[in-house]
Design a protein around this ligand. Structure first.
Ligand code: Y12
Ligand code: CO
Length: 174
């Protein structure tokens, strides 16, 4: 399955993703292809809507202490729900759908998430720090929310201007 990353301001990113009901080969192929595209793009998290599949599915692969990304650390979450949230963390976020832009965003530091794995088994995870940030960032995608939506009015204006300029430059260099 060949997947391409959907980039802002594509309206596809604003869709609300649908609950996954079938845990079949098609879902497994999608998750495998998402992993390949995320690794090839140097990402640590990806939601299915970022590759144009409006399913409530996301993957996260946080590098370990020596900055190595290994499939052993891959987390696949299907139909995730946050059941507990507390504390605050500010982290500089980036997104494969909003290339070359990074900004400090405030989120919950500690969360508990219920989800299903690729075979529909029910799981629970307690997350804090970077993993918690990544889960919340990817779960926002399932509801059509991007991290840039959390910027102040003036920062968002500045972003839109910079992003348009970058897109123009990218187009001109092709
Ligand atoms: C903390 C904050 C945000 C997340 C969500 C997942 N975000 C990413 O995986 C972002 C990846 C990313 C990769 C980029 O490419 C390279 O660095 C080569 C990138 O740069 C460009 O597009 C030019 C931007 C974002 C999880 C945890
Ligand atoms: Co993102």
């Amino acid at each position: 399955m060949k997947l391409n990353i959907v980039e802002y301001p594509d309206k596809k990113l604003r869709e609300t993703s649908k609950e996954v009901e079938k845990f079949d080969e098609k879902l497994h192929l999608l998750l495998d292809a998402m992993y390949d595209v995320m690794m090839n793009s140097n990402g640590i998290g990806l939601a299915a809507i970022q590759v144009a599949h409006a399913k409530r599915a996301l993957i996260i692969n946080i590098p370990d202490d020596d900055s190595e990304q290994s499939k052993e650390n891959l987390i696949e979450m299907i139909n995730p729900i946050i059941v507990k949230k507390e504390g605050e963390i500010v982290y500089q976020e980036g997104c494969l759908s909003v290339p070359s832009f990074y900004e400090d965003i405030s989120r919950y530091d500690n969360i508990t998430v219920n989800f299903q794995d690729r075979d529909s088994n029910t799981k629970t995870i307690d997350a804090s720090g970077l993993l918690s940030v990544a889960i919340q960032h990817e779960m926002d995608h399932l509801n059509g929310i991007l991290f840039i939506d959390k910027l102040s009015y003036s920062r968002r204006k500045k972003f839109e201007k910079e992003y348009k300029r970058m897109q123009k430059e990218k187009k001109a260099s092709k």
